[in-house]
Design a protein around this ligand. Structure first.
Ligand SMILES: [Zn+2]
Length: 503
């Protein structure tokens, strides 16, 4: 049996749960009960109790650092300043089993008693029977806390199912309240803001960029609700919100990271009770444009050469850029500056391979050129991106200790499996449908290539000249003196993926 010091002073940990059971006991009420109980045991209470006013449950959406962390740190650093820890009730202290185990281990290690007022008992953390009963208690609390959380989530879900508004009022809407009861009656479009949004949808559909729009808005003095100019990222995020299409989204798995709600693949959608800002077709069209992968990168920059960035540098794998050198155009690596090659000779080699690939019956007869598969691909890409983001957020919450390692370990494997599954779905669907519709492959590709706009050729080349399809041309260093003396064909190697097995 381990020797415990005498229990003379206790330090309290006080916490109010914000659950809806209606049986809350305030910090002051807890204190009063603690003082009475301590007096009856002739123990002294530390003048500075730990107070945590955040929500107790790890099911709570906003994990917050509070006095719990301070207390753990103090015990670790031998700054606790008392012989015992006093809790009013065990369920008011631990958020998770991992927290419980951590606390009990620390108390045992530092020989600190644990008193629980409502149990009318002093526990010795070095005694295995005491430890066992505290752990069992924590298991009961955890299941209770999960039940409460389920109940709260269910009522939010029920409201969502009815399509009623929930949460902050988005840009473009105003709330209408009943003048007698003060209750929210409905959400309706607010003309000034809604008109801005409609303008943005219309212009994006017409090919305007987010940049052009926010630029105009800033000149016109059309700002966000916080009175600052719109940024392209804010506007892009706003326009893809389901709210504006009159779709109510309920997402039981959303997490708040850096003050921002992030949807997950588990989101469910229902028709909303509020008026949409734009019709569903326009919204879908704009969302498809904004989600297009090539838009995310170098959006707005004008492409003067179809193979810019497409042909790679062997030493550093960067994409080569086009420059002028002594009156001739050359491809040059701007990263390692090691590679330079004449553009004309290189284009000849690259286009020959590209045309060869795109005029193969095996390529243009493939049956995947349906619009359905394009829609399925974009849905799968979206779900994959969301699952990846969710996984990343979970890991971040673990790293910043907002979630315990145990919780992360429990939640991670199914998410990893989901990311892998969606990745496989995307790979299976990932065909250049969109590209094929811009410039379909066929025997006459060479003629049509010549007629197509540079931007179209660039988009197609960027997609087709990849390891997955025709292969990526990579230019190596010249083995001869002067970059023009070795023929281009000898310096180009093709990075290619092994052909996929046909299912
Ligand atoms: Zn390079």
């Amino acid at each position: 049996m381990v020797e415990m010091p005498e229990l003379r002073t206790e330090r309290e940990f006080l916490r109010v749960s914000i659950d809806t059971s209606g049986e809350e006991v305030s910090i002051e009420e807890q204190r009063a009960a603690n003082i009475r109980d301590a007096a009856s045991r002739r123990t002294e209470l530390h003048p500075d109790p730990y107070r945590d006013t955040g929500s107790i449950s790890h099911h709570a959406r906003k994990p917050r650092a509070g006095d719990w962390e301070r207390m753990i740190a103090d015990i670790r650093a031998d700054r606790f300043g008392a012989d015992g820890l006093r809790l009013w009730e065990s369920s008011r202290a631990y958020r998770t089993m991992a927290d419980t185990v951590l606390l009990l281990d620390l108390l045992r290690e530092r020989r600190i008693w644990l008193t629980i007022t409502t149990h009318d008992r002093v526990y010795n953390p070095c005694n295995w029977r005491d430890r066992k009963s505290l752990l069992e208690d924590a298991i009961d609390n955890e299941s209770e806390s999960a039940k409460t959380s389920d109940r709260t989530l269910r009522s939010v879900a029920a409201r969502a199912e009815k399509g009623r508004p929930h949460g902050r009022l988005p840009f473009g809407y105003r709330a209408v309240y009943d003048s007698d009861t003060g209750k929210l009656i409905r959400r309706e479009p607010r003309d000034d803001e809604a008109d801005l949004l409609r303008e943005a949808y219309r212009r994006i559909a017409q090919g305007h960029t987010l940049y052009m729009i926010v630029n105009d808005w800033e000149k016109r003095g059309a700002f966000t609700r916080s009175g600052v100019p719109w940024k392209t990222t804010n506007l892009g995020k706003a326009l893809v919100r389901t709210t504006y299409a009159g779709i109510r989204q309920h997402d039981p798995g959303w997490m708040e990271v850096n003050g921002q709600r992030n949807p997950t693949a588990r989101a469910r959608r229902t028709e909303a009770t509020w008026e949409p800002i734009v019709d569903r077709d326009l919204w879908l069209r704009v969302r498809a444009i904004l989600n297009r992968p090539e838009r995310r990168h170098n959006a707005g920059s004008r492409i003067a050469h179809e193979f810019t960035g497409v042909i790679g540098c062997v030493p550093c794998t960067s994409g080569l850029r086009v420059n002028k050198s002594h009156g001739n155009l050359v491809y040059r690596c701007h990263d390692c500056r090691g590679v330079q090659i004449r553009k004309e000779d290189t284009d000849e080699v690259v286009t020959a391979v590209l045309f060869g690939y795109m005029s193969q019956p095996a390529v243009y007869n493939r049956t995947f050129h349906s619009r359905d598969s394009a829609a399925a691909l974009s849905a799968a890409q979206l779900a994959l991106a969301e699952a990846e983001r969710e996984l990343e957020e979970l890991r971040t919450l673990g790293e910043t200790r907002q979630l315990t390692a145990v919780t992360v370990a429990r939640m991670e494997p199914p998410l990893v499996a989901e990311v892998q599954r969606l990745g496989a779905v995307v790979d299976g669907l990932d065909t250049p449908d969109e590209i094929w519709s811009m410039l379909p492959p066929g025997r006459d590709i060479e003629a049509r290539w010549g007629e197509a706009a540079v931007s179209t050729r660039h988009t197609v080349a960027k997609r087709v000249l990849t390891p997955r399809y025709a292969g990526r041309p990579m230019v190596g260093l010249s083995t001869k003196k002067g970059f023009t003396s070795q023929p281009a064909i000898d310096r180009i190697v093709w990075h290619q993926e092994p052909a996929p097995e046909t299912a």
